[in-house]
Design a protein around this ligand. Structure first.
Ligand SMILES: [Ca+2]
Ligand SMILES: [Ca+2]
Length: 460
């Protein structure tokens, strides 16, 4: 919703618009491994061919001027029409998602907005959840930028399908920006509007300039941490915290209303016009005639991590199969049902053979003594199927030597069309040679089974 926030806008406008020198930044850093004590529970690195749409297993594409039955203009006054055209929304072939705002000859603007299929992102009880994205805002400033409103944010799951329970269900604005100003805004919306514990329609927010290079000229990493033990929300840019809201500030009941439901879904959008950019344009409408068409919000990745709480509980059942010695080539099929060790799922027929079916978070397969030769192997393939419910997904990760080692590669899996709809999914991995115990680990932020595996193998 990202509702009107005129007070905040007025207080921060003076800090904005200081162009800085441009640092040379890598266009694509890919999802970083989790910090010590953290586990990646979801992610999209936006790898894919140039001109393709983002993964439908991961994302819903919102179109038009509002949800059916929901507030007009997405509740914010933004004026663009969202489309699913690759002119507005596409992977760039270099590991990035690009959302591009375009004005046609008649003066009408189009752009794009996506939201995660999953709507259950929340920390394990007593643990932490981090939602992180590496993003370059549209690289446009001054009059040409008036009306540009990129955002990386979340809404509480009960909003989906209801649309009239905002802001009680909670909204975390991890990164917002308007009018090409060199500022990131982090905002919490909660309770009731207008007024309430979050002072709607402004919300509880703060902003700062992007570190080092401007928000527009370079990628920066935007991160939101939800700590269920400390009862805090904390906002970061490039690892520097710039905003925090505690449970004490909003009260236990308001806190619970936005945290005790199934969780949040994540949104990425590039709006044009609306209350926030208008407020920072002296309350005059945006976009203006001088606003330049064709600039993009570029997203390298979105990743979700968890720490502590229940997600790191070791699996309780481990099966040692008839292949304890392991061995075999990394480049031929490593049959899941013949793993040296297995935890989770069950062996049954499928895909013209046999596999380990319906594996959930915490499961793993171990293949002892897999020979990669001189390789190096740079590809990983998994033959998988999933009949997971809408919004349920997880990772198939490759680790060497230990099932708690940092993954050398991973695949995100959502519903493939059913438990009998088998697909071979590739992933890039870092160079591997020699002989290793290979662990295939299964990580998800929710408990339901999400993947069946027939086999895995590697390629050079
Ligand atoms: Ca990427
Ligand atoms: Ca098999």
């Amino acid at each position: 919703m990202k509702q009107r926030r005129r007070v905040l806008a007025a207080s921060t406008a003076l800090l904005a618009a200081v162009p800085l020198a441009i640092a040379a930044m890598s266009a694509n850093a890919s999802i970083p491994p989790p910090a010590s004590g953290w586990t990646q529970v979801w992610g999209d690195d936006f790898n894919g061919s140039n001109g393709s749409l983002p993964s439908s297993a991961n994302w819903i594409i919102d179109t038009g001027h509002g949800y059916p039955g929901g507030p007009a203009n997405w509740g914010t006054g933004e004026i663009q029409n969202y489309t699913n055209s690759t002119n507005n929304l596409k992977l760039d072939g270099n590991g990035n998602l690009r959302i591009t705002a375009l004005k046609d000859g008649a003066g009408n603007w189009t752009s794009a907005r996506i939201e995660t299929q999953r709507s259950n992102f929340k920390p394990p009880a007593g643990g932490k959840l981090a939602i992180e994205g590496r993003i370059q805002m549209p690289n446009v400033t001054g009059e040409a930028a008036l009306g540009y409103w990129p955002a990386f944010w979340t809404l509480g799951s009960p909003y989906r399908g209801n649309y009239w329970n905002w802001p009680g269900i909670g909204e975390f604005d991890i990164m917002e920006n308007v009018n090409g100003l060199n500022s990131v805004w982090g905002v919490l919306h909660c309770d009731v509007a207008p007024g309430g514990a979050c002072g709607e329609f402004t919300g509880i927010g703060n902003s700062r300039a992007c570190p080092g290079s401007s928000c527009q000229s370079a990628f920066h990493t935007y991160r939101f941490e939800w700590d269920d033990a400390a009862k805090t929300f904390t906002w970061f840019v490039d690892g520097q915290s710039f905003h925090q809201v505690t449970q004490a500030r909003v009260g236990v009941n308001v806190w619970n209303a936005m945290t005790s439901h199934a969780g949040h879904f994540i949104l990425l959008n590039l709006a044009m016009g609306g209350a926030f950019p208008n407020a920072l344009n002296n309350n005059q409408p945006t976009p203006v005639a001088a606003t330049q068409s064709g600039h993009s919000m570029v997203v390298d990745y979105v990743a979700v991590y968890s720490s502590g709480g229940g997600t790191t509980t070791p699996p309780t059942t481990t099966t040692t199969t008839s292949n304890p010695g392991g061995g075999g080539s990394a480049y031929s099929d490593l049959q899941a049902e013949n793993a040296s060790e297995r935890s989770g799922g069950s062996v049954s027929p499928g895909d013209g053979g046999s596999g380990v079916h319906q594996i959930a978070n915490g499961g793993y397969l171990k293949f002892s003594g897999v020979n990669f030769g001189t390789g190096p192997a740079r590809q990983f393939y998994a033959r998988v199927a999933s009949g997971a419910a809408g919004g349920v997904s997880g990772l198939v990760e490759v680790r060497l030597g230990s099932r708690t080692a940092t993954p050398v590669g991973s695949i995100a899996v959502g519903n493939t069309g059913g438990w009998d709809a088998w697909r071979t999914i590739p992933a890039n991995i870092s160079n591997i040679s020699g002989t290793h115990d290979v662990y295939i680990t299964f990580t998800s932020g929710q408990p339901a089974p999400y993947v069946s595996v027939n086999w895995v193998k590697f390629g050079t």
